[in-house]
Design a protein around this ligand. Structure first.
Ligand SMILES: N[C@@H](CCC(=O)N[C@@H](CS)C(=O)NCC(=O)O)C(=O)O
Length: 177
């Protein structure tokens, strides 16, 4: 009998972990976050749960590990069907997976969950790359704003300024000027 014990081996700044956390929040599920030290020493649980890539996120459902964020989000959608993240027919699902512009055209779902966490790193890219996403890609920028209006997204995505500080520290750690 499933206890639905949900654990995510996590790194707060990882867009891939954010995907899983948004999907869980969309389904209204409680879960435990276990922070991994990706640079100082990964836990034995991470190494044994994801021996191929040794990366977060790992999602543990009643102790059973799943790896790769898109695989995990699909699993979450299949295991807890409501509200559906993917459309109901195989053809629509294939479109959702394939077309990037699905983001602009459909209700919030699978593609948005996979894409939005990456945007939390945009501010850091802008500062180091000397460009503005809003100026270069206004439609993308509008989509980010729409997604961020959702509580399930806003509560998971960290402040981009914190990500920027994290990147500054990473650059120092790896000796990048
Ligand atoms: N394709 C993977 C990417 C996961 C990934 O790159 N995780 C990074 C953190 S953002 C990680 O664990 N890095 C540690 C390492 O590479 O050793 C997914 O979608 O889950």
């Amino acid at each position: 009998m499933s206890k639905n014990e949900l654990v995510i081996l996590d790194c707060w700044a990882s867009p891939f972990c954010m995907r899983v956390k948004i999907a869980l929040a969309e389904k209204g599920l409680d879960y435990e976050e276990r922070a991994e030290d990706l640079f100082g020493g990964k836990s034995d649980l991470l190494l044994t749960s994801n021996p191929i890539y040794k990366k977060v996120p790992v999602f543990l459902h009643d102790g059973k590990p799943l790896c790769e964020s898109s695989v995990i989000v699909s699993y979450i959608d299949e295991t807890w069907p409501a509200p559906a993240l993917l459309p109901s027919t195989p053809y629509e699902r294939s479109q959702a997976r394939f077309w990037a512009d699905y983001i602009d055209k459909k209700a919030f779902g699978y593609v948005d969950i996979l894409a939005i966490p990456i945007t939390s790193w945009f501010l850091a890219s802008e500062k180091f790359g000397n460009f503005k996403v809003e100026a270069e890609c206004p439609k993308l920028s509008a989509w980010i704003k729409r997604c961020m209006e959702k509580e399930t997204v806003a509560k998971v995505i960290p402040d981009p300024e914190k990500i920027y500080e994290f990147v500054v520290n990473l650059r120092k750690m790896f000796g990048i000027a």
